[in-house]
Design a protein around this ligand. Structure first.
Ligand code: ADP
Length: 647
């Protein structure tokens, strides 16, 4: 393509060069020839003037003689002397009656010519006859003079008009004009003004005649020619530049070469330019394709947070259409806090000239999407803002976090299992084994009160073990997904009373008062076994963490903040309470959260975790309100109707 364009251009330019140099050459030719013609005309005029002023003498003589045919030699001499005076151009004048030279002026030096019959003279005869025939003055020559030098001889015929009615040939009068002096007077030089001159037309034969002044070759080199008019015939005065026409041809050849070289350079430059343009275009297309294939969005912002440019990348990430955003500031597009966040980041990058990376959510097409943006410094005025959609990445991260959380819980669950089996299950068995061994080995030596006390300890150990195993079983079933939620509608107060009976002995031992504040009519829709486990754990804890003479109350009330028929069950004690730092994590498995009771009762840290799981199986929630030293309130919700949602 560039080659075709450049070649086409070259052809066009070379053609134009041809036409132009040809035109220019024509102009030069015209110019030089015009100048030369002017010079030649001036010279021709001078020459004609010089010649005719001499011919005039003979014409005067002829006129006189035709009226005075009997003119004497003396008269003639006087007449000639009067006419010629001191004209150096004239060599001599002669009067030839019947073509025989009778008088000549000046006689001196020309004596030999007197008596010469012109008709008998081989060279002159022809001319004289022509003069007689044409009745015109005839300029012959140039001829060589006897006394040396070249001269023109002008013959004028004389007709006797005095004695005859019709004209009768009388003779001729002639005048010999020095050639060089005549030409000098006409200021004709062979070379002048940078031109060479030549004159031809021997005997008035014009352009075809013999050259008698200057170099004959002038006529062969396309000269400028003017005719010097003679009374009969003409001479051809020609001239050419002394250097020949070549100088001008050279000039237009140089111009031609310069123009051709220029054309070549222009064509090469055009070729390079077109090739560069095509390359730029291809690069631009390539860049555009790259931009289009990019999943990110590239924007140029200025210091005010104005959208200066938006690259043609992934426009689906734009918050609004490109036209709506261009030349607007972020404050015109986003709400104030979001716009401020963007603007601050842009300013930070401009000021620090360092890369700024931000992460933020945006709602696009009613869908929350997450973005990360890298803001890089371009100049003191603008930054390049490149942003990616990281929603999927974010989702994966969240899923990973959940899965990690789950894994950590599973790990904690496993640890808990091992720890319970290894320590918590072992210690009650040790107690049982220890006391039963004493009873077996030394039973007869032990007092009945001590025996009673040992048996009571064995009983407590066994109860604790069964309790622990029950909890462990429920929890393990729950972990394996085997715990089946089977709800029913039943009287809450009844289940609470049945549960509290189990703890009467423990409570009595610590002189703790157990109170129930639940209306008889209160019905709940729940899994009885699960609810029993929840209550047992909460009441057991309440007793464990309440000192002597405390009070534990189990109460229930409709939940005020719920539109559905939900009730709240509260297990409240006035025991040691819980440290605020512990409250957050009390229901989490991966926290070490077991403290000994007020009488150093041991725990496993499993009870509340199990409670939470079981409450959540009901689709309800459990939480704690407590202050260190002021007792605790464990609260959970339950449904009072048989078709609760969110199970
Ligand atoms: P544990 O077997 O240790 O009682 P739980 O999961 O039932 O395990 O309880 C976890 C921890 O919560 C206890 O060790 C104790 O520190 C705290 N806790 C539970 N209930 C109460 C309560 N009523 N008063 C004070 N602290 C309590």
């Amino acid at each position: 393509m560039p080659l075709i364009i450049a070649s086409g251009l070259l052809i066009a330019l070379v053609y134009t060069t041809f036409v132009y140099t040809d035109f220019k050459k024509g102009l030069w030719d015209k110019d030089i020839r015009g100048r030369l013609l002017e010079i030649l005309i001036t010279k021709k005029t001078k020459l004609e003037k010089a010649l005719y002023s001499r011919i005039y003498y003979t014409k005067s003589i002829a006129a006189y003689v035709s009226l005075h045919p009997d003119v004497t030699n003396t008269e003639y001499d006087n007449l000639a002397a009067e006419l010629i005076r001191q004209d150096p151009v004239i060599s001599s004048m002669a009067l030839s009656k019947n073509c025989v030279i009778g008088a000549i002026y000046p006689v001196k030096g020309h004596e030999a010519a007197i008596g010469l019959d012109l008709l008998n003279h081989p060279k002159r005869r022809e001319i004289v006859e022509k003069t007689i025939e044409t009745h015109k003055t005839f300029v012959a020559g140039p001829v060589e003079l006897v006394e040396g030098g070249m001269a023109f001889i002008s013959y004028t015929p004389i007709f006797d008009k005095a004695n005859h009615q019709s004209e009768r040939f009388w003779g001729v009068t002639d005048i010999v004009i020095h050639k060089d002096l005549l030409l000098n007077e006409a200021r004709l030089k062979e070379q002048e003004f940078g031109f060479i001159f030549a004159l031809r037309g021997m005997n008035g034969s014009g352009d075809t005649g013999e050259t008698f002044f200057g170099n004959d070759s002038v006529f062969r080199h396309d000269p400028v020619v003017v005719d010097v008019e003679l009374p009969y015939g003409s001479w051809a005065l020609a001239a050419i530049p002394s250097e020949g026409w070549g100088t001008y041809n050279d000039q237009d050849q140089i111009l031609f070469v310069i123009l051709v070289i220029s054309s070549l350079i222009i064509s090469i430059l055009t070729f390079l330019f077109v090739r560069a343009m095509i390359k730029i275009r291809m690069n631009e297309q390539e860049l555009k394709a790259i931009f289009r294939s990019m999943s990110s969005l590239i924007i140029e912002f200025d210091r005010d947070g104005t959208y200066v440019k938006i690259a043609p990348t992934n426009h689906s990430l734009l918050f609004r259409n490109e036209e709506e955003m261009l030349n607007k500031t972020v404050y015109e597009i986003f709400d104030e806090p979001t716009a401020r966040f963007f603007h601050d980041s842009i300013i930070k990058c401009l000021d620090s000239k360092a890369l700024v990376v931000i992460e933020y959510p945006l709602s696009i097409n009613h869908e929350e999407r997450w973005f990360t943006a890298r803001i890089s410094w371009k100049s003191d005025l603008t930054v390049i803002y490149q942003t990616y959609d990281i929603t999927d990445q974010k989702k994966i991260q969240q899923e990973l976090a959940i899965s990690e959380q789950r894994l950590s819980e599973l790990n904690a669950t496993k640890d808990k299992f091992f720890s319970i089996i290894a320590h918590d299950l072992r210690s009650p068995f040790n107690q049982i084994l220890g006391f039963s061994t004493i009873l077996l080995d030394e039973g007869d030596q032990i007092s009945p009160q001590d025996q009673q006390s040992y048996i009571s300890k064995i009983y407590d150990g066994s109860k604790q073990t069964v309790w622990l195993i029950d909890n462990l079983l429920s929890w393990s079933q729950s972990q394996r997904g085997l715990l089946v939620y089977s709800p029913s509608l039943f009287q809450l107060s009844k289940l609470v009373h049945e549960t509290l009976i189990l703890f009467e002995e423990n409570a009595e031992r610590k002189e703790i008062s157990l109170q129930v504040n639940i209306s008889e009519e209160m019905q709940v829709y729940a899994d009885k076994d699960m609810l029993s486990t929840i209550l047992r754990n909460l009441v057991s804890n309440a007793i464990k963490y309440t000192p002597q003479k405390g009070t534990i109350t189990v109460s229930s009330s409709p939940a005020q903040d719920s539109a559905s028929k939900t009730i709240r069950v509260v297990v409240e004690d006035n025991g040691i309470g819980i440290d605020s730092s512990f409250l957050e994590t009390i229901f989490l498995i991966n926290q070490k959260n077991s403290l000994p009771g007020t009488q150093n009762e041991k725990g496993t840290g499993l009870g509340l975790i199990l409670c939470k799981e079981l409450v959540e199986k009901h689709g309800e929630r459990i939480w704690v309100e407590s202050e260190k030293g002021k007792g605790s309130r464990f609260i959970f919700t339950l449904s009072a109707e048989s078709d609760p949602q969110n199970r």
